[in-house]
Design a protein. Structure first.
Length: 170
């Protein structure tokens, strides 16, 4: 219980510092992609590789980060998983794979989730991405462009992103 208070305090400090940082919103076509999603809602990860093809991004430049209920019970190939135990008791990231992903630079980030949690919001803000795409119901500080297409309509969602990227990079 006391540890939850310490984690919440650390998260509040991180949110404050992240909200005051600025990023360069790159006006060029993305070469790398990170997708933050809920693994309970998305089961077909080939969908994201198809998105890479549609966005003309190499599949080896794709990073998938997903929330799950329990990392120990889930093992998904090619996906960095995290659960509610992502934070150490005194603050900081306990998962080395997530920590490494937070240090990597990405050109495009897609926040592909509809469940709001502090951990998803934190990762969405903390990921070092030049351009972030999300949903309008998400916290405004987590995206640069909101695409309001249902999560179930994958083809329309990615075509809308491609359309707006084309407009923004011209």
């Amino acid at each position: 219980m006391i540890f939850d208070v310490l984690k919440q305090r650390w998260l509040r400090k991180e949110f404050d510092s992240l909200e005051n940082t600025s990023r360069s919103k790159m006006p060029q076509w993305p070469q790398s992609l990170v997708i933050l999603f809920d693994s309970e809602k998305v089961t077909d990860f080939n969908l994201f590789h198809k998105w890479c093809d549609q966005l003309q991004i190499s599949s080896d430049k794709l990073t998938l980060i997903a929330s799950c209920k329990d990392v120990k019970k889930n093992n998904k190939e090619g996906v960095i998983l995290f659960d509610r135990k992502l934070l150490k008791w005194n603050g900081g990231i306990a998962n080395a794979d997530v920590a490494n992903a937070l240090l990597t630079n990405y050109d495009l980030q897609i926040n592909y989730y509809d469940t709001d949690s502090e951990l998803m919001r934190y990762l969405a803000m903390k990921l070092n991405s030049n351009f972030k795409v999300g949903y309008g119901h998400q916290e405004e500080s987590t995206y640069d462009l909101a695409v309001n297409v249902p999560l179930t309509n994958h083809a329309l969602y990615i075509s809308e992103i491609a359309k707006y990227l084309k407009i923004l990079t011209q």
